[in-house]
Write a protein that binds this ligand. Structure first.
Ligand code: NOJ
Length: 505
């Protein structure tokens, strides 16, 4: 198989194209709940996802849970060898808060949890792989949920306590931290729309309460690190935001405004306070206006005090961007069937074009040019900050090893990253494929597979098998490392189709 993959790469990436900058880094990602398993082993506490999968299995498409998942908890050495085999520079993984602090409070640490992450980090470093660690990727300790979860501002203090301990335990070895993965999904999807645990539906309220807490927690964590750890540990702290592209349906001013509002309500609401110093103007004005219209005594959006604005401003050394897909937006229109519930305060309705090729996830169609557009939007909006693409990848239902569609996806999306770097001057430092392994895809259980490695979930041992895309990704990384020209197809040629037909040949 390896030989044929080399041919695939050489055919699909043509000469005289762009290469990734010499110091550009490649990685793969996972998240604790999606892969670790060992849900109650050696003192681990329950998380909101343990709770919901056990108590409301209907919430998960296939009724499954992540009690065992990929069992990475028991497979550290073998998995690190797989990472080494595909030559990644770094591995993005998250820490399960309740594995280290079973109740979420830091006064009673669980020694086994600390041991587990120390071993993983040591094994990565021994194999020349840099850890990129997410502190929170959705698996809130259930005990903190019982205090109200993220809508309760007290959670900000508890998160900072937790982060402080992570710096203390692992900061001598971990130099790259992400505080939160996808705050919009943590907040709106979980507390406004109820499509992620804990599945609360307080539309227009829960999400903003949570966003406020998360931003305060992020800012305080950043400041704490600067004050107490930066000098000795010399690490970097960022946050990861999900950045779909929102394309106006037409060139009309109304459609353009609808699309821009979606960007501000989903992305700007988190990035703006960090890079500019407050929520975006349109978010403040619209939510305040609507709240008055609704006869509320106060705005649904929690305003920051000047001190809080200072705390949050300039609190990221890099910006993590997760990107998968694109939506088309127009002013709010009840007839439009939305593929995902979205914040409606921006007055937009968004959908996807049926003509766009579809991945397995119902919100996911392939629009490579949207990737370049969102990278450019970030560049313009925030003065070209350093961006690490912290997730990008493709889902199928089959888990097939000869995963040509996934290869084609990476080919076309990476081409847009190269265009964004070379033609547009976007400051992109790294790219992370989602995901290292097929894993527990939240409410979709094991049905949707994003892995470069296939995992047999029917086998107690959870064996992994490299898909063709794993070898392709390895070759892309190696080309860069060897400083060969990474060869990209011309923007409007049919490179992707060429590759697919080769795959099927
Ligand atoms: C983003 C999330 O961070 C990750 O957990 C999820 O699996 C992927 N999107 C794919 O849906």
């Amino acid at each position: 198989m390896k030989l044929s993959i080399v041919i695939v790469i050489l055919l699909s990436f043509k000469c005289n194209g762009y290469e990734f900058p010499e110091d550009f880094k490649f990685g793969v990602a996972t998240a604790s709940f999606q892969v670790e398993g060992a849900w109650n082993i050696s003192g681990k506490g329950e998380s909101i996802w343990d709770y919901i999968t056990h108590n409301n299995p209907n919430f998960i498409h296939d009724g499954s849970n992540a009690d065992v998942a990929c069992d990475t908890y028991h497979k550290t050495a073998g998995d690190v060898q797989l990472l080494k085999e595909i030559s990644v520079d770094y591995y993005r993984f998250s820490i399960s808060w309740s594995r280290i602090f079973p109740t979420g409070h830091t006064y009673s640490p669980n020694a086994d949890g600390i041991r587990y992450y120390n071993e993983l980090i040591d094994e990565l470093l021994a194999n020349g792989i840099t850890p990129l660690v997410t502190m929170f990727h959705w698996d809130l300790p259930q005990a903190l949920h019982e205090l109200g979860g993220w809508p309760n501002p007290v959670l900000a203090e508890l998160f900072v306590d937790y982060a402080d301990k992570l710096f203390e335990y692992f900061g001598d070895k971990v130099k790259n931290w992400i505080t939160f993965n996808e705050p919009y999904q943590i907040c709106d999807f979980s507390y406004s729309d109820g499509i992620l645990a804990p599945a609360y539906k307080q539309k227009g309220i829960g999400g903003y309460l949570c966003s406020y807490t998360v931003l305060i927690a992020h800012g305080k964590t950043y400041q704490l690190y600067q004050k107490r750890y930066k000098e000795t540990q010399n690490g970097r702290i960022g946050i990861t935001i999900q950045g779909p592209w929102f394309e106006p349906r037409t060139d009309s001013a109304e459609d353009k405004k609808a699309a821009e509002n979606m960007l501000q309500f989903m992305f700007g609401i988190f990035a703006h306070p960090i890079y500019i110093g407050d929520y975006p103007k349109v978010v403040r004005e619209e939510v305040n206006r609507l709240s008055t219209e609704e006869n509320r005594r106060r705005s649904r959006l929690i305003a920051f005090t000047p001190q809080e604005r200072d705390l949050i401003k300039d609190s990221a050394d890099f910006l993590g961007v997760n990107h998968y897909t694109t939506f088309i937006c127009t002013p709010r229109n009840a007839e439009i069937q939305e593929v995902l519930p979205m914040n409606t305060d921006g007055g937009a309705s968004c959908y996807q074009d049926d003509e766009w090729a579809a991945a397995a996830s119902r919100w996911f169609r392939l629009v490579p040019w949207g990737f370049r557009k969102v990278l450019n939007w970030v560049k313009e909006e925030y003065n070209n900050p350093e961006v690490i693409i912290t997730e990008n990848g493709y889902s199928d239902l089959t888990g097939e090893l000869r995963d040509c569609d996934r290869i084609s996806y990476y080919n076309s999306y990476l081409t847009e990253v190269l265009n964004a770097i070379h033609e547009d001057g976007c400051n992109i430092a790294g790219y992370t494929a989602w995901s290292f392994l097929d894993n527990f895809e939240w409410v979709n259980g094991y049905r949707e597979k994003f892995g470069l490695y296939y995992v047999d979930f029917e086998d107690d041992d959870r064996p992994r098998t490299a898909k063709m895309s794993a070898y392709v990704y390895k070759n892309i990384i190696s080309l860069t490392q060897d400083k060969l020209t990474l060869i990209t197809r011309p923007r409007d040629s049919n490179g992707a189709e060429q590759l697919v037909s080769f795959c099927l040949y």
